[in-house]
Ligand binder design. Structure first.
Ligand SMILES: *Cc1c(COP(=O)(O)O)cnc(C)c1O
Length: 356
């Protein structure tokens, strides 16, 4: 952070922001550092954008995101007023912090988790308490109990890649009847349990999904919340007190086409899952141990070479992965699953680094 020395310096906000995976400008870089999908969006997304009436793009977008919400309601088998759409799930989570976490008691989340949660706590002055995951990086729902200001957990968790099932979520909800429980399901389409079915029974449950990972639409910035209509109403009120027109006409049109092409989503995620499972085995043959992944990334550690060294050597070869200089995970690399060809290049690079 810059040290400013001006008469108004004490009036400036001091905050350590979230740092995203680097976006290189060179085309020859293999980007495995932001959990983007290696496949393009559905061809129906391209067709929908092309069929937009250019002469109408002078108008503000539909602030209620009505067309997309109708498609989402059909897809998730919920009603339209149980769906909120925002400008990426980071936007939806930030608005959820403002809408749902307004207690003097701390909100709870795991010590090893999405590092943005702490940043929002700091931005919104939300007190928080982290709860350590166990020695194999699992979360114990019985440690999320007692008075708190709310709970937020990604399932599957990031960056551990570990997913938990229905019993886990029900336990967490039963332990937290008096708080809002947010489940950030950013990676759920890669084959794990989704708790959307529980929103009818638990009126305090908020599910958050993103179009950035499984739907290959990170550049469009679309994220959603699914919850009881009373909670969705509060989110709408907060959004309309801050930025009413967050979602662009182009993005909502594109997202609607993606939702209506379920076959493409299934096909693209199945390819990523198959590549992931093969890659975990190939990594193992090189001396890496990976956590069991329910996502489109692999958290892995080598038995001999430090993660930081491998990270730096891969970078020299034009292969970007993620390294976290954080307690408990600083000997792990987070590697996004690309195409089979991408993984060949990764494995070749690792063999070179390991002298194999
Ligand atoms: C990628 C990610 C997000 C943010 O996704 P956007 O919709 O691109 O803002 C939120 N939560 C988790 C756990 C993620 O991994």
């Amino acid at each position: 952070m810059n040290k400013l020395d001006q008469p108004w310096s004490d009036k400036l906000r001091k905050i350590d922001p979230y740092v995203a995976g680097e976006q290189p400008e060179n085309d020859n870089i293999l980007k495995l550092n932001a959990n983007e999908n290696p496949y393009p969006p559905s061809p129906k997304v391209e067709a929908a954008i092309r069929s937009l009436d250019f002469a109408k793009l002078n108008l503000y977008p539909d602030a209620g995101v009505s067309g997309l919400r109708s498609s989402l309601a059909a897809y998730y088998n919920v009603s339209k007023d149980e769906i909120f759409v925002g400008n990426g799930s980071d936007d939806v989570i930030a608005l959820s912090f403002m809408a749902f976490f307004n207690s003097d008691k701390p909100i709870l989340f795991p010590d090893v988790t999405y590092s943005f949660y702490k940043v929002w706590c700091s931005l919104f002055s939300t007190p928080y308490k982290t709860i350590p995951v166990n020695n194999i990086f699992r979360i114990n729902p019985d440690e999320y109990k007692g008075p708190n200001g709310g709970v937020i957990i990604p399932n599957p968790n990031a960056p551990t890649s570990i997913g938990e099932g229905r019993d886990f979520i029900v336990k967490l909800l039963e332990n937290n009847r008096d708080s809002i429980v947010i489940i950030d399901e950013a990676y759920v389409d890669f084959g794990d349990y989704s708790a959307v079915e529980l929103i009818k029974e638990y009126k305090n449950l908020v599910i958050i999904h993103t179009f950035s990972k499984s739907r290959s639409m990170a550049s469009f910035r679309i994220g959603i919340a699914i919850a009881d209509k009373e909670l969705i109403g509060v989110l709408e009120a907060v959004k309309n007190s801050y930025n009413s027109y967050a979602v662009s006409t182009i993005s909502m049109t594109a997202a609607k086409a993606s939702v209506e092409d379920e076959a493409y989503l299934k096909e693209a995620t199945a390819k990523v899952i198959a590549t992931r499972d093969k890659t975990i085995k190939r990594l193992e043959a090189l001396g890496f141990k990976s956590l069991p992944s329910s996502t489109n990334f692999i958290l892995t550690a080598h038995d001999r070479l430090a993660a930081k060294v491998i990270f730096e050597e891969l970078k020299k070869l034009g292969i970007y992965v993620r390294y976290f200089n954080l307690p408990r995970v600083d000997n792990y690399l987070r590697i996004t699953v690309g195409t089979d060809k991408d993984m060949d290049r990764l494995l070749e690079g690792l063999k070179k680094i390991l002298g194999k």
